[in-house]
Design a protein. Sequence first.
Lengths: 307, 403
Amino acid sequence: MTTVEQKKNPESRYAMTTLPNEYGSMGAEGIEDLVKRATSHAPIATYVEEPEPPISWAAIADAGWDLAGIVEDDTCASTRDLVAIAKAWGYGSIPQPLLPSLLAKRLSAAAREVDGPVTFALPLGDGALVPFGALDGIVVVSALGDIEGEVTEVPTGEVDGLDLVGRGVHTPVATTFTTEAAREVALVLAAEVLGGAERLLADSLTFVIEREQFGRPVGSFQAVKHNLATATVNVEAADTALIWGSQREDNAFRGALFAVDRCIDAAEIAVHVHGGLGFTWEVGLHFPLRKMLSVRRIIDRLERDHT
Amino acid sequence: MTIAAEDLIHTAPTAARTDQMDGKMTTSTLEPIRDIERFASDAEEFLSTAVPSRWKEARGTLTSHEMDEVRRQWDFTLWEGGYSGLSIPTEYGGRGLGLAEEIVFHVLAGKAQAPDGLARVGKSLVTPMLIAVGTEQQRAQYIPSIMNGQEVWCQGFSEPQAGSDLANIQAKARRVDGGYLINGNKTWTSFAQHARRCFVLAQTQPDAGRYRNLSMFLVDMEQPGVSISDIRQISGAVHFAETRFENVFVPDSDRVGDDGDGWKVAMRVLGDERGGIETAARYVEIRSDVDALLDVLGDQPEYASRLRDLDIRTELVHWQLMKVADLESVGDDEALARAGAVLKLMWSELWQDVTRLGVGHAPVVQQKHWSYQYLESRAVTIYGGSSEIQRNILAERVLGLPK
């Protein structure tokens, strides 16, 4: 029997805090640094489909990042902290199973026994998606939350064609989630794609300042500025929705879904302001967008299964 | 039966408050409390007895004059109870607390159905401006009577030819012995009908070029040459006015900042106008409208997804504001700039969506409320920096896009 003791968020009616704890801020900073050093913020497309990702699993495991969610005492990560860490990770679009492993080891004793990466099977409504299920040596956990589960090999299945960063496979049966676990997984998935939306916004700003048409940067045209201002409102609202969802557990699914929708809005603007380059494979804006679309469906399903 | 306005006015201040009523700068007798739980429960207790029952229960029967008097009285009640100027330093008669307490108080006041006072412009715009760039004499002279609600202020910025293009101010302040003579027309001036004073942006250096030709003045409205005519809005309400100044004298001592620094001072004020306290007040009103819609439409499946969206966006206005307060307290300036710059866009566009649903779908018995709210809400994406100006600011000053 595995038990999960998540650090409780403040119950106060008034003393709402929107910031992560020190654990979350330090974790997010560490991840941000790791991603930046590994990629120098090179275009996502230059590494996302390479067989060797810019950060190796050994680098992640040696630093203990996959164990960062494990609950040991009062100083461990809260859900809000995981949201901060997942957002920092999502910015990189690094194809490594850090977040599934971190969540599995937090939410399953069986997963904690495993040295290497662990994943789970997310419900699609029609079968399930196992993120990084195509990876050699990864195992999948059958249950998350304070229920008993086991780890097994990932069943063979069709490779997922939507979320290419996730390198997943389709399987018939989803992992069993307690409601508490499902809420946390939904928020972390949404936070990861929020990191992707932040990345798309930053890339768009760089692009519209460099790209010239009519003899001036396209970012100097008001129509383009207003689009990017709207994308910024979307990203801010998504960020706040995840804070809300992580501090008010009843709102976890609603907050996560709202956030992903706003990320998709921002990503559509990013594709649009990149003009003809925005819908080329090689510029790679579609990688974070694909993940958003995939996660949207999964969170919707998690919510239906748990309300 | 109507109630004579005088009956509503409580005129006897407590002894401890008399000095401040007289305009003497004394340190507030109320200690700052940084324990937000305690602050909130104290505030709840205060509000439970302080909100006038005739406002809570019989607002609909009051004439607009009576409503104004209740609102003016409420400013005094707040001050007497220690809830005026929560985030203003104690040395200026405020409470020395922060944005977090302002937000909590606004939310509780909304729940308690408290009136909104008339002192808003004075408290959230004039006082911070004077603290930042005013003289010691100006602070001593004007802040106490703002804090206790005695003097209502209005904002003389917009002109017929200077709306979004605020730098195009045409009002002139000509140098004369000991001060200036102001001539010009201001428009869309909120609270002008109630205001004892107005802070006015006018040209002092016509040859100095855009952004360097303006100065800011504190103008006494009760003097010859000031005339006010009401402007009726599409809702039928009269919230603002056209204000004319003809040879209105302002002494040198009532200029804020140096001659030619008016634009800089105005930009500071606009930052406050679009900032946190205004948003807190708006959240309360929007929350109340969304709750009303949930009451009447919440059980009808065809509205479920729209209501869900509006409900979340409403809560996010509150949480966005809390995020701004937290980022301010930890000094994360970069994140703060972005989080703060989206506030007005978030609440103004939301409120329009809320009232649009209400006016089209709420029961006919509520038509008066919803048509009023809908028509009123059309203004919020225009005033205080239109949505286009907000997006320009966000794009140029926060995102760093080229002009």
